[in-house]
Design a binder for this molecule. Structure first.
Ligand SMILES: Nc1ncnc2c1ncn2[C@@H]1O[C@H](COP(=O)(O)OP(=O)(O)OP(=O)(O)O)[C@@H](O)[C@H]1O
Length: 406
């Protein structure tokens, strides 16, 4: 546990960067400091490892005032990751990662072995170990930065905007990687960002700071989204706070129906019951559409009565065994893969979610992706379980609202 007790930092020019900050950072969890530029996030973080000393107040690391620990000793137990990784440009990747073990006097072989293990752990190819930082992409360098911070297995990790210099796709994968690592390592992590989405995704606890180094609110992300303490926090969370909140509502209660038809649309499945796409009822299927109807399993999921039967393109054939359907399409004789490809060509996008593991937000996204406005529930293997209609989603959303207001 890291405890801030009435911590204030006043710089030499009189700027009060942090003002009487009191909060607790729980052990083994990720606490995110988030807030607008200049609100004192970095100053607060650096006071933990004494790169900056507080003007007044105390910071306790497991009941010990950090002021009473000499900085090198303190920092041995605290990994530090910064934006753009901050790697030593003239040292190979392996030696960058082994920096702290070398400083701790480990023999070179052991330090390098540890470095190689960590490179793998953060998802890097160990072939990169002999390269120099400039020969790596920004995302790879960030991973090396994380590996370096973990090298001496410190219980605490400070991360200052570590992913903000990379593009959004790489950033997402670095975030996922951090969460994966953390589920193994259970470090006490303090993570600084100005990005509220990153804070909500990564934080077990999120501390929102306002300029002047004041704590506006500290809470679990779901609480923050449901009950922002004031207008500042509400504004910082943004107008789509309601949508974000759905990420914390499990989708398990959403009602699904087994049928594969909704008015106007039919889900087409492959032979393993995995969705291939939506087909508009009444539309002329792409050549051979019906020919690729699932060969197994799906015949049990009968289409809604009447819906697909009402069109000449007949969606009904989708739910029937492949044998007997090929006569309705011109592809008889074509190989299976050809048929599947031609079906996909004629289909429209779909979104799926798994009721056991996904949130209501994922279900909503899945519905918005589809022309039918319906989400498709699948099992852990991606196999069709049912359709979630707009009405079912509305009901689930109404229940989520009622819970947050009740
Ligand atoms: N060495 C310094 N001397 C004087 N003022 C400073 C110094 N370092 C930071 N400040 C000021 O302290 C305040 C807090 O700075 P800090 O870097 O902690 O904020 P931050 O929230 O991390 O900002 P950003 O998101 O822009 O990095 C700012 O007003 C900044 O200008």
């Amino acid at each position: 546990m890291i405890t801030f007790e009435g911590v204030t930092k006043r710089y030499g020019d009189g700027t009060v960067a942090v003002d009487n900050l009191s909060l607790q950072v729980p052990t083994g969890a990720i606490t995110v400091f988030v807030g607008p530029s200049g609100c004192g996030k970095t100053t607060s973080l650096r006071m933990i490892n004494r790169m900056i000393d507080a003007t007044s107040g105390r910071i306790l690391l497991d009941d010990q005032d950090v002021r009473h620990i000499d900085p090198p000793t303190l920092r041995r137990g605290i990994g530090y990751v910064i934006q753009q990784a901050g790697l030593f440009p003239h040292r190979k990747i392996v030696d960058n990662v082994a920096t702290v073990p070398y400083l701790l006097g480990w023999d070179k072989k052991k330090a390098r072995a540890r470095a190689m293990e960590l490179l793998e752990r953060v998802g890097l190819d160990t072939k990169l170990a002999g390269r120099y930082p400039f020969q790596l992409s920004g995302g790879q360098q960030q991973r090396v930065g994380v590996a370096r911070a973990l090298a001496a297995d410190p219980p605490v990790l400070l991360m200052d905007e570590p992913f903000s210099a990379v593009d959004p796709v790489v950033r997402t994968s670095l975030q996922d990687e951090l969460l994966r690592l953390q589920s193994d390592l259970h470090k006490t992590i303090v993570f600084v960002t100005h990005d509220i989405d990153e804070a909500i995704k990564l934080g077990d606890t999120v501390a929102v700071l306002r300029v002047g180094g004041h704590l506006a609110q500290i809470a679990a992300p779901s609480t923050l989204l449901a009950e922002p303490a004031d207008e500042f926090v509400e504004g910082f969370l943004g107008r789509d706070r309601g949508i974000r909140r759905l990420s914390f509502v499990p989708a398990e209660g959403v009602a699904t129906r087994r049928e594969r038809d909704v008015p106007g649309w039919t889900v087409v499945l492959d032979a393993d019951d995995r969705p291939l796409g939506w087909r508009a009822n009444g539309s002329s299927p792409a050549s051979g559409t019906s020919g690729s109807a699932p060969a197994s399993g799906t015949s049990g999921s009968a289409p809604a009565s009447g819906t697909s039967g009402s069109s000449p393109a007949s969606g009904t054939t989708d739910s029937e065994p492949a044998s007997g359907t090929s006569d309705s399409g011109p592809v008889s004789g074509a190989g299976d893969s050809t048929r599947a490809a031609s079906v996909r060509d004629g289909l429209l996008p779909f979104g799926t979610f798994d009721r056991r593991t996904d949130s209501l937000r994922t279900a909503l996204d899945a519905a918005l992706l589809a022309p039918s406005g319906c989400a498709i529930a699948v099992d852990g293997e991606g196999r069709f379980e049912g359709i979630v209609t707009r009405e079912a989603l509305d009901e689930a959303l109404a229940r989520a609202r009622a819970v947050s207001h009740g």
